[in-house]
Design a protein around this ligand. Structure first.
Ligand SMILES: Nc1ncnc2c1ncn2[C@@H]1O[C@H](COP(=O)(O)OP(=O)(O)O)[C@@H](O)[C@H]1O
Ligand SMILES: [Mg+2]
Length: 316
């Protein structure tokens, strides 16, 4: 049984925008699942649908084996969501927020205090527990909000761009907290991000989406292996040389395989030896000076760019 299964979800907003165009995803129990996509891809729309705030135009969602529309009350009790706007009460302290939350979920007082103490201890939040939440930085507020949402012991925790705009230290705390939630609390985490590095280092599964559609789903390793090819990176000292080189290369290589990034030319190739020889002899023949040439393994960023075909736009 999957934690979440969706079948062909379509969401068209009243203004005509089709935010999701037939989305089918599978989230396993007790994994960290990331939905990776640029702004406007439809990530928040999907989270709002999965957490039952929004009805899809059509499609089916099964969560923990139950249909979320016929069993929405039960499903809501099993999940928690930290949306982009924090839900925590800024005037209350973390402890006050937690006890208030426990009353909403009808958790008996003794049990609530036990859970509260454990969460504060486990997440190392002792020094933030007493003062109003408004006294802390954005990064700390977000962690407090997540701790608060763990009071109901959710089976699935949804996080919409939990680390957006955070400094590196807060982000690292957040990553540690998310892994702890998976490993110690056995909660499935569904989070959205537009940071590749974050999806790569944190998730068990990644789903890449673009314009309301899924481009690919898999483990970070599977996604990298999608392209069983290497990359040739060519460095130049001036943009004129880059332009001249591109002009020549596009005569010999398919344009889809070539892109410019950070003043370098990147060529995807299946036969690295042959391509390398070919490129060097072309550049020497045409007298185009280059600073360096090397072959590298694709990163998840290369895979993402190829899948979402941004290289075509960057190509000259
Ligand atoms: N309430 C809404 N009404 C109309 N269009 C919306 C609404 N919310 C989002 N959209 C549109 O739907 C698309 C997907 O948005 P969203 O789900 O917020 O993407 P993401 O979270 O990946 O940035 C965008 O084109 C956005 O402008
Ligand atoms: Mg969003």
């Amino acid at each position: 049984m999957y934690a979440i299964e969706t079948e062909n979800i379509i969401k068209q907003y009243k203004n005509g925008v089709q935010a999701l165009s037939g989305l089918s995803i599978y989230v396993k129990n007790n994994e960290i699942f990331s939905l990776l996509g640029e702004n406007g891809a439809g990530k928040s729309t999907l989270i709002r649908i999965l957490t039952t705030y929004l009805r899809p135009t059509s499609g089916k969602v099964i969560m923990l084996g139950k249909n979320i529309y016929t069993e929405s009350k039960w499903v809501r009790e099993q999940i928690a969501c930290v949306a982009q706007q924090t839900s925590i009460d800024m005037h209350l302290s973390l402890e006050e927020n937690m006890l208030f939350q426990s009353r909403l979920y009808k958790i008996p007082k003794i049990e609530a205090i036990k859970r509260m103490k454990k969460l504060i201890y486990d997440f190392g939040l002792e020094r933030y527990k007493k003062y109003p939440v408004s006294s802390y930085s954005g990064g700390v507020k977000r962690r407090l909000d997540i701790a608060l949402n763990m009071m109901s012991k959710p089976q699935i925790l949804f996080l919409d761009e939990p680390t957006v705009g955070m400094d590196i230290q807060s982000r690292n705390f957040m990553w540690k907290m998310m892994k702890q939630i998976r490993d110690e609390f056995k909660t499935t985490i569904f989070f959205t991000t537009h940071y590749l590095e974050e999806a790569d280092s944190l998730s068990d599964s990644i789903c890449i989406m673009k314009d309301g559609k899924i481009v690919k789903q898999g483990t970070p390793l599977e996604l990298r292996l999608l392209f069983q090819e290497n990359i040739i990176r060519l460095k130049f000292s001036t943009d004129t040389e880059i332009r001249k080189c591109i002009e020549i290369l596009t005569h010999f290589f398919p344009p889809k395989k070539i892109l410019i990034r950070n003043s370098e030319i990147i060529i995807h190739s299946q036969d690295i030896q042959l391509y390398m020889k070919h490129v060097i002899s072309l550049l020497v023949e045409q007298n185009i000076p280059f600073q360096g040439i090397e072959s590298i393994q694709p990163t998840l960023e290369d895979v993402f760019l190829r899948l979402t075909q941004r290289e075509q736009e960057e190509c000259v």
